[in-house]
Design a protein around this ligand. Structure first.
Ligand code: PMV
Length: 350
């Protein structure tokens, strides 16, 4: 089954004919992302390139008559509500649901702080993005929730504010994230990110056709970051030049993207993957999909995100897309197409 066929169902959206004095539901969405180049090295101050992709998370917010914050996740099959700080479960495991809902609760609380009052809300989230796969699902959900609740309450939320709120939520999920996921989910487009200089939008005119292969292996970003730290501490003189190489790769890729030189970009992705492999963050599931994509004539293929499972990406000429998708599927992965999108967080229906 291709993940791209996953549908979002968010119940009945409010129709335009409804009385505009009555608050109805607001649906917002935000994009997932792929790190094209530079993951892990970015944690040590090197640059990374990240693209927003046309897979989105959706959130629908509606007012309630009571003061409860009712949360429902269609993907995770959890639902429950917070009332006076106490969480009551409706569907799913209470411990797990409370943990998964904690960042969303924080997002809603931050928006209510700006609104200046406490109101009851129903918030439903749904996503076409696989969870814990390195595609930034949690940040996309957080940005969509902030925008839907803000619009429902008529709170003016500039994108900067949505980014800051989603970043706070990400810290609950990942500990010390670089901030790349909430930035791309909020602003969309193609960003060059570096810890000390922040985000710089890259003006990329060329199409960057990517096939994503999901290994089906869930992994923890924290664990993979710790793995790299260990290798770096043990072999500093080996890892240091790898960092420099990773920087050069990203700098060359900026030019390749500007020039629309996909062949060069593919080569750089392959070299970047070799570095990540050397750091120990690839695994059998990723290697199998990456090799399959390369054999099927991908211009380049690498893991994306933290590694240890999750997803790989392959840069593919349009006429080879089907071939590469089939090769990934035959190797046990779930392939789907991703196109870069300039659309960040947005209101779908209000
Ligand atoms: O797999 P993800 O989407 O959590 O990406 C992690 C990227 C890292 O560079 C490994 C960590 C970071 O915070 O940048």
């Amino acid at each position: 089954m291709l993940l791209a066929t996953t549908q979002v169902s968010l119940g009945t959206p409010p129709s335009a004919s409804q009385n505009s004095d009555v608050y109805m539901g607001v649906i917002a969405s935000a994009p997932a992302k792929v790190i094209l180049l530079g993951e892990h090295f970015v944690v040590y101050g090197e640059p990374a390139i990240v693209l927003a992709i046309d897979k989105r998370a959706y959130a629908k917010a509606e007012l309630r008559q009571d003061k409860r914050l009712y949360l429902r996740s269609a993907n995770l099959n959890f639902s429950g509500y917070f009332e006076n700080g106490i969480f009551e479960i409706e569907k799913g495991d209470i411990k797990e649901a409370k943990l998964k809902f904690a960042p969303l609760k924080l997002v809603v609380e931050k928006v209510l702080e700006i609104y200046g009052d406490n109101v009851g809300l129903d918030v439903e989230v749904n996503s076409t993005v696989p969870v814990a796969a390195g595609l930034g699902s949690s940040a996309a959900v957080a940005a969509a929730v902030a925008a839907s609740v803000g619009t429902l309450l008529n709170v003016k939320l500039p994108k900067e504010t949505i980014f800051h709120i989603s970043y706070e939520a990400e810290k609950i999920v990942h500990g010390t994230p670089s901030g790349v996921d909430p930035a791309i989910s909020t602003f969309g487009g193609t960003l060059l990110f570096q810890m000390d200089t922040g985000f710089k939008p890259l003006d990329v005119k060329t199409d960057v056709p990517l096939v994503i292969g999901y290994t089906g292996v869930r992994r923890s970003t924290r664990v993979q970051i710790a793995k790299v730290q260990k290798v770096k501490n043990k072999y500093p003189r080996v890892v240091e030049p790898m960092m420099k190489t990773a920087r050069e790769i990203v700098l060359m890729a900026i030019d390749a993207l500007k020039e629309g030189d996909l062949e060069k970009l593919g080569d750089l992705m392959n070299i970047n993957h070799a570095l990540l492999c050397g750091l120990g963050v690839s695994d059998e599931s990723l290697e199998s999909l990456i090799n399959a994509a390369r054999k099927a004539s991908a211009l380049g293929a690498k893991l994306t995100g933290a590694g240890g499972g999750g997803c790989m990406i392959a840069l593919v000429q349009n006429e080879r897309i089907e071939q590469v998708q089939e090769a990934i599927q035959r190797s046990g992965g779930t392939p789907f197409m991703a196109k870069k999108t300039n659309e960040g967080v947005k209101i779908e229906e209000s």
